[in-house]
Design a protein around this ligand. Structure first.
Ligand SMILES: Nc1ncnc2c1ncn2[C@@H]1O[C@H](COP(=O)(O)OP(=O)(O)OP(=O)(O)O)[C@@H](O)[C@H]1O
Ligand SMILES: [Mg+2]
Length: 214
């Protein structure tokens, strides 16, 4: 299975979600590889820091830019799950990955600037489905305010009915310092002490995978 984490907006939490889902699946004995298609190498550097800890189980990581479709296909023959982190915004990497992915997760902040990019994402998904009719595309609200009096998340959810090519994950990823700490320390939030962040990643993964309890 090939999962692409991509978006039309930079800094929306793609690498955060890619690395956290990877660690969570690896904890459940899923044989996976993380593919960093971003020249900025956020995920690849995360894996280096993880290896430096010498305590966390290592996760295989491949860096590949440009047309990544054949690399993803090859890796999908060797691994149960391939997680591709697409950097920045609309890119050759993201488009070529969309041609072969089974699932695209689209981290989106519940802000106007992010939500305004969704019509374009919706069009890109429609285009990709011409080549890859099986592509599932699901937005994930990310970096959401934890303050329940802020209606942004609810407003964003209501907006989604407009996008015929996209579904919206039930799980929202909130803005929590532990996500930044995790990215910088080579950990997944499932390995750290914040039970709310851990639950978010577990619930998000549960929407797409049936994991054995280990
Ligand atoms: N849920 C969150 N809570 C707190 N901080 C977050 C969260 N998600 C991401 N961040 C922080 O926001 C910044 C951008 O996140 P990240 O690198 O995951 O985004 P990205 O979409 O991969 O960015 P790029 O477009 O540059 O690849 C990072 O410093 C990250 O630690
Ligand atoms: Mg990134």
């Amino acid at each position: 299975m090939i999962i692409l984490i991509g978006a039309e907006k930079g800094g929306a939490g793609k690498s955060t979600i890619a690395t956290n889902i990877a660690v969570h699946l690896a904890q459940h004995a899923v044989d996976l590889v993380l593919v960093d298609t971003d020249a900025q190498a956020t995920s690849a550097r995360f894996i280096e820091r993880r290896d430096d800890t010498q305590t966390r189980p290592s996760i295989p990581c491949v860096q590949k830019t440009g047309d990544v479709s054949s690399t993803l296909r090859d890796l999908a023959r060797r691994y149960q799950v391939v997680i591709a982190d697409a950097g920045g915004r609309d890119s050759r990497e993201m488009r070529s990955a969309m041609a072969v992915a089974d699932l695209m997760l689209i981290p989106t902040r519940a802000s106007q600037a992010d939500l305004e990019t969704l019509p374009k994402v919706n069009d890109l998904v429609s285009l990709a489905r011409g080549l890859n009719p099986e592509l599932k595309a699901t937005a994930v609200l990310s970096m959401a305010p934890t303050n329940p009096t802020i209606r942004e998340v609810q407003d964003a959810r209501e907006l989604f009915s407009q996008f015929d090519q996209l579904t919206l994950a039930d799980t929202t990823i909130c803005e929590r310092k532990v996500y930044r700490d995790a990215l910088l320390s080579g950990n997944g939030v499932v390995e750290l002490g914040n039970s709310q962040a851990r639950a978010e990643i577990q619930l998000l993964a549960q929407e797409f995978f049936e994991l054995d309890h280990v």
